[in-house]
Ligand binder design. Structure first.
Ligand SMILES: [Mg+2]
Ligand SMILES: [Zn+2]
Length: 240
């Protein structure tokens, strides 16, 4: 008998961390330096946040907000209660844990290091980002997709999830059940691609549970959660 193998794919903002990391960093810009309209206009439903955040990082650089200050703001965002413990427990239960997020690699990797879970995360899929030699944070889109109308151009989480599962299959790893854990509207696409026996874990009171409740195409069961503590109990009950 083979030991069952599971996948937990997490969103980051408002799922692992209790805030939006992009907004936390954007708000380091003091009100004495209003964000110009041509920058604000870069944000759109279709194009998403990456171009906008790229310009926000340039403003932060110009007004001498340092790399240290930016990373301190990100790494001090509190977890959603119980999420670190949840991830530690999932590893013991033979889960691969991945993160699929529209934030960026720099923020997610530093937060995971600071909170002691970086070694537990099998893979982070997010917009590539790095500080250049002048400490300007540079961000790039994860990919440029036009095939999925549910998702923004720079990141289709459903495509990322399917490609991850396919790549692991080539390594001989197949998942008995997949759990996707999120809160927002861009977490709907990956859950819509899951099959029967999989679980869309939606944070109560956020947009995602409403989208799942209204959907006629989702095959995965919905698990509603409030925090990492009750979610751990609910996942444990499903994998027994
Ligand atoms: Mg989120
Ligand atoms: Zn998509």
């Amino acid at each position: 008998m083979q030991i069952p193998k599971y996948l937990a794919a997490f969103d980051f903002d408002y799922t692992i961390v209790s805030d939006n990391s992009d907004i936390v960093v954007r708000d380091l810009i003091p009100s004495s330096h209003p964000i110009p309209d041509h920058v604000k206009q870069l944000y759109s439903e279709e194009n998403g946040w990456t171009e906008y955040m790229g310009e926000v990082f340039k403003i932060l650089h110009r007004i001498d907000v340092t790399k240290k200050e930016i990373l301190a703001a990100v790494t001090s965002i509190p977890e959603v209660t119980g999420m670190v413990t949840l991830i530690q427990n999932l590893i013991k239960m033979n889960f691969d844990v991945i993160i699929i997020s529209d934030s960026n690699m720099e923020f997610i990797e530093r937060w995971c290091e600071t909170n002691g879970i970086d070694k537990l995360i099998h893979k982070v899929y997010s917009n590539p980002a790095h500080f250049d030699e002048d400490e300007l944070l540079i961000i790039q889109p994860f990919h440029k997709q036009t095939t999925c109308s549910l998702s923004q151009m720079n990141l289709c989480k459903g495509q990322v999830l399917q490609e991850h599962i396919a790549r692991r299959a080539l390594d001989g790893i197949s998942y008995d059940n997949v759990f996707y854990i999120g809160d927002g509207s861009n977490d709907y696409c990956p859950i819509a691609r899951l099959g029967e026996g999989d679980f869309g874990c939606a944070r109560a009171g956020f947009k995602l549970p409403k989208l799942l409740a209204e959907s006629s195409v989702v095959k995965a069961d919905t698990l509603l959660w409030e925090n990492g503590v009750d979610l751990l109990d609910k996942i444990k009950a499903k994998v027994k």
